[in-house]
Write a protein that binds this ligand. Structure first.
Ligand SMILES: C[S@@+](CC[C@H](N)C(=O)[O-])C[C@H]1O[C@@H](n2cnc3c(N)ncnc32)[C@H](O)[C@@H]1O
Length: 381
């Protein structure tokens, strides 16, 4: 393959600056754009990114871009591409097209033409992905104003699916959002971290992996493994990379026994169970939220129950107020980060919080609010 690969790490909206920071920690210079970060690199770069990026959802390799105004032209140009360099003939493919402002607008026809082109280039049609297939080469064809861009996803499944959370409780937080919240909270390995509404444990598990220097993609199939670009020798070296482990006190709590069981099982699978203390009980009973029960300094990072309907939000006001009061008692050396769908509800904590990022979660707009443990005078009560 000649020249560097043109790469785009996509992320949930609002996470672009955090993703740019993660790339910079890998000494990769990127250009933050809406929906992700563009950068260049080789197959080794792709494999490192697949291993280390905690806030990305996809890793796209742009293989070509050309002007195109007709389906016949698309099939001809797509058939000239060196698909054998990228695809393995036995790996199922899924071609997905999107179009906007272009003469070519029929997405199913675009998908069919690109599939035909691939079959021509490979000498036979690769299998088409079926629902439930784990190993799939995802090919994205994007038409914007008559410019066609073709990309291949370097990962077979989205990067936020780390592989440890087989057991998700109700409304588990996506792993990339949990990772982003931990980064946005300003928590550093070595500091204590508490999530008193831990559900399936995602936030503490992501933090524990960071503290132990473990890459977010360690449990997944390596990026590129399903493609012809995979470099197994390079991967063996990349996979051994670890950051220094720094002992940190990490605690989770939830009043639901099933949630604590799920957190334990997930933490075991993630290989971080020994680093986390879990407590079954209401937020008010967490040992760290009792007088003088907490480490001297740390960060309370949490995703409390969401108030989706107005009536739910009203019922949740006392819980958010309790959270604020308990957080305030942790003292001035603690900080707070809350991810919720209702900013007004967050304000009812009485804490002075500012928005670190806004994003989407399960179709809802969510905000990550961060601040100190100081209570505002007369705040929303
Ligand atoms: C939005 S979920 C947290 C999801 C979690 N971040 C995850 O990734 O799975 C909120 C959690 O708060 C718990 N919860 C609700 N009220 C509580 C209370 N008073 N004390 C402790 N936990 C509570 C629920 O059982 C639920 O697991």
């Amino acid at each position: 393959m000649s020249g560097p690969l043109e790469l785009f790490a996509s992320c949930q909206p609002g996470l672009e600056p955090l993703l740019l920071g993660e790339l910079s920690a890998l000494e990769i210079e990127g250009d933050a754009q809406r929906g992700g970060v563009a950068f260049t690199g080789d197959a080794a770069t792709v494999q490192r990114c697949g291993l280390w990026l905690g806030t990305a959802s996809h890793l796209l390799m742009r293989i070509t871009q050309f002007r195109c105004r007709a389906l016949g032209e698309l099939q001809r140009k797509a058939a000239e591409l060196p698909w054998r360099q990228w695809l393995r003939a036995h790996v199922p493919i899924a071609v997905k097209a999107t179009t906007r402002g272009s003469r070519v607008y029929h997405t199913s026809a675009v998908e069919e033409r690109v599939e035909n082109a691939i079959a021509t280039a490979l000498g036979k049609a690769p299998p088409k992905a079926e629902p439930g297939d784990e190993i799939v080469a995802h090919i994205h064809v994007r038409f914007r104003e008559d410019v066609c861009t073709v990309s291949i996803d370097a990962a077979s499944t989205p990067l936020h699916r780390r592989g440890y959370r087989l057991d998700g409780r109700k409304a588990p937080l996506r792993e990339d959002l949990a990772h982003a919240l931990v980064l946005a909270s300003g928590w550093q390995p070595g500091e204590a971290l508490l999530d008193p509404f831990c559900g399936s444990g995602t936030i503490v598990i992501e933090a524990a992996a960071i503290a132990q220097g473990l890459p977010p993609g360690r449990l997944r199939a390596p990026a590129l493994q399903h493609l012809a670009l995979f470099d197994s020798r390079g991967w063996e070296k990349t996979f051994k990379e670890r950051r220094p482990a720094i002992a940190s006190l990490l605690a989770g709590g939830d009043r639901d026994a099933g949630a604590i069981e799920a957190s334990k099982a997930n933490a075991e699978r993630a290989g971080v169970a020994a680093a986390i203390t879990l407590h079954e009980g209401a937020v008010t009973t967490h040992p760290w939220l009792q007088a003088a029960g907490a480490p001297e300094r740390g960060v309370l990072v949490t995703n409390p129950p969401f108030g989706v309907r107005v009536s739910d939000a009203a019922k949740l006001v006392p819980l958010y107020q309790t959270l604020g009061h308990r957080a305030a008692r942790l003292g001035a050396a603690w900080r707070v980060a809350v991810l919720a769908n209702d900013v007004r509800l967050c304000r009812r904590t009485g804490l002075v919080l500012t928005t670190a990022f806004t994003s989407k979660h399960g179709g809802l707009q969510v905000a990550a609010m961060v601040g100190s443990t100081a209570l505002a005078e007369r705040a929303g009560r």
